[in-house]
Design a protein around this ligand. Structure first.
Ligand SMILES: Nc1ncnc2c1ncn2[C@@H]1O[C@H](COP(=O)(O)OP(=O)(O)OP(=O)(O)O)[C@@H](O)[C@H]1O
Ligand SMILES: [Mg+2]
Length: 407
């Protein structure tokens, strides 16, 4: 289900060259999508479980430290579910990738053996769809099983999905929240409200615990959400009557309480199926950033000497990030010393601005790297001692990974 780094880069390069040939006027450096999510094992797991629960109308809450990708994962899965037949069990859908994994693996092996028997063995190793040790099957379709399952599913699931995002902040009021949700619904007979064209609506509430606590200790937008989950509707304040809301599922994300984020009441939490997203492991971070940097370097035809730096660049960036997290802790004087994956993303985004005609040697890409980590980490430091410590980290890493010495 998760491709190896090189396989993903090869596949991405093929796709971006295809996109580039379609959009011939687009500059090369814009061909790689810098914001796209790189699929890791955790993303497959949580996307699958969240989708399955949402399609069965169980409210889901994703929580975890800031920057672990809660909002990004939900946005990505909603965009996939929104596609035609995205919520059915077919190949290349979130549910299909997991439910049909064994069939896909089996079919893929049969296809590979077929290639070998036919004397096309060279195709097998170059197949970019090879997952770390296991092959996925984008090249095969499942007409029999698929059509049967899709048939049964689509008959009951001819309703497609719609999604909407409600972003909570300290200023959000319950009236705004209600208006945002009702805006997506249409009137039905009686006092019922449901999504248009008999679709289903998934409401994504981001930063659920952000609304300010009022003087009596409640958070009105959260009480509104709780009322909706408890009673299945809202109270119409203009006509003073109850509105029953149908075919609406709820998914939310929030980081643990700290600063403006307050603790959620048990009365609200009891409705949710809660998943706690772990921090990215070192292996996952290397995977994500190697894919991002590798895809950019390959698709923009950087010199081989620059492309070979991919792995070490990512390792050095992660090493500096870990050292900053460990040594530069937030204090009352420096409360802004909080580093998370977003900082690594910023370093990578800086590297992805490189021009293949300017960066042609190892020294040049290293200078760009040093500039980017300095911009992201050093420029946040307010103390001379901390800045010196940062330069020590940087020179140590440049020496350890690239054998560069001061001179
Ligand atoms: N697997 C991944 N591949 C690519 N980018 C990722 C991945 N995981 C996280 N990111 C990136 O990390 C950044 C932070 O992600 P996101 O905003 O979803 O975090 P969050 O958990 O919602 O944080 P917060 O609690 O502060 O809202 C985003 O830029 C996102 O694109
Ligand atoms: Mg978020």
């Amino acid at each position: 289900m998760v491709l190896s780094t090189q396989a993903l880069i090869t596949k991405g390069v093929q796709l971006s060259s295809l996109a580039g040939s379609i959009m011939s006027g687009t500059p090369k450096s814009k061909q790689t999508n810098q914001k796209s999510l790189v699929c890791t094992v955790d993303i497959v797991r949580y996307s699958f479980l969240t989708s399955l629960l949402l399609l069965n109308k169980c409210p889901v809450l994703l929580t975890g430290e800031s920057g672990v990708g809660k909002s990004a994962i939900i946005q990505e899965l909603l965009s996939k579910l929104q596609k035609p037949k995205g919520s059915s069990i077919q190949t290349k859908t979130i549910l299909g990738n997991v439910f049909l994994f064994n069939e896909m693996k089996h079919e893929s092996m049969v296809a590979d053996i077929g290639y070998l028997a036919d004397g096309f063995s060279e195709d097998v190793n170059t197949d970019p769809s090879c997952i770390d040790g296991v092959c996925s099957g984008p090249r095969m379709e499942f007409p029999t099983k698929d059509s049967a399952q899709a048939g049964t599913k689509s008959s009951q699931d001819s309703k497609e999905l719609q999604t909407t995002t409600v972003l909570f902040s300290t200023q959000t009021t319950s009236a705004q929240t209600q208006a945002q949700i009702l805006h997506k619904l249409v009137k039905r007979s009686g006092n019922r409200r449901s999504p248009p064209k008999y679709t289903k609506l998934i409401v994504f509430v981001d930063d659920l615990n952000m609304p300010a606590v009022e003087q009596y200790g409640a958070q009105p937008p959260l009480e509104l959400i709780r009322q909706f989950l408890d009673l299945g509707g809202f109270f119409d304040m203009k006509r003073l009557r109850w509105l029953r809301v149908e075919d609406v599922a709820l998914v939310a994300a929030c980081a643990p309480p700290s600063g403006a984020r307050s603790e959620l009441s048990q009365r609200l939490l009891k409705h949710f199926c809660i998943f706690n997203l772990p921090q990215h492991s070192t292996k996952a971070l290397q995977y994500i950033f190697q894919v991002k940097v590798g895809l950019f370097l390959e698709s923009n035809n950087f010199m081989p000497v620059v492309r070979r730096c991919r792995e070490l660049l990512v390792k050095a960036a992660i090493s500096i990030y870990y050292k900053m997290c460990r040594h530069m802790l937030p204090t009352p004087i420096n409360p802004h010393y909080t580093f998370n994956v977003r900082d690594l993303i910023k370093v990578t985004q800086g590297l992805l601005q490189a021009n293949e005609t300017d960066i042609v040697s190892k020294e040049q890409i290293l200078m760009l790297f040093a500039h980017e980590v300095t911009r992201v980490f050093h420029d946040r430091l307010s103390d001379v001692k901390d800045r010196q410590m940062f330069y020590t980290f940087l020179s140590d890493d440049l020496h350890n990974y690239f054998k560069v010495t001061e001179g």
